[in-house]
Write a protein that binds this ligand. Sequence first.
Ligand code: FES
Length: 195
Amino acid sequence: MIPLTRPAGPVPSPFNADQQARFDAGFAKAIAKYPADKKRAALLAVLHLAQEQLGWLPEAAMAYVGFLLDVPAVRVREVATFYTMYRLKPVGCHHLEICNSVSCWSKGSEALLKHAKEKLGVHAGEVTPDGKFSFGEVACLAGCGYAPSMVVNNYAYAEDMTPEKFDALIEKLKNEPGQNIADFPKNHDTGRAHG
Ligand code: FES
């Protein structure tokens, strides 16, 4: 469990050398947007940055981000557990977020979720045995005009989805490496499932 108080000394980085270089470059840009004494305002952006390096947010990463921004790790954890875009356990190399809010629901997202489960052979929140794919049910992705909408690996939209288009997407992604997923101990006590 993440400590409630700030640690007395530096918190070790969870990144390898390449990840650290990318993280450091993004971190410098993120905190440059705020006054020096308000760098904690960059928390959401820096959490995204950490997640981009590891594929998800292990508590070691939350603690490290808290240390850098001078935010108690438990506060970082509160933020990370509130927003569903932060992943609290490992996902597949290709993580598909399927919207099931009202516009997408009215255009067939329930059927799409059912199809994703059958196609991938796992439930929402699980990872396929080969580690390649996972999917989650999420709230509005702001792609309502092209419902049903999905997001692939946090940034790429797939819109007007049908089961056929889903299958074609899976076939395409099978040949792409996707994200690296760090092998940290899983957080079993996060209080919510990841999306
Ligand atoms: S309701 Fe699905 S993107 Fe808005």
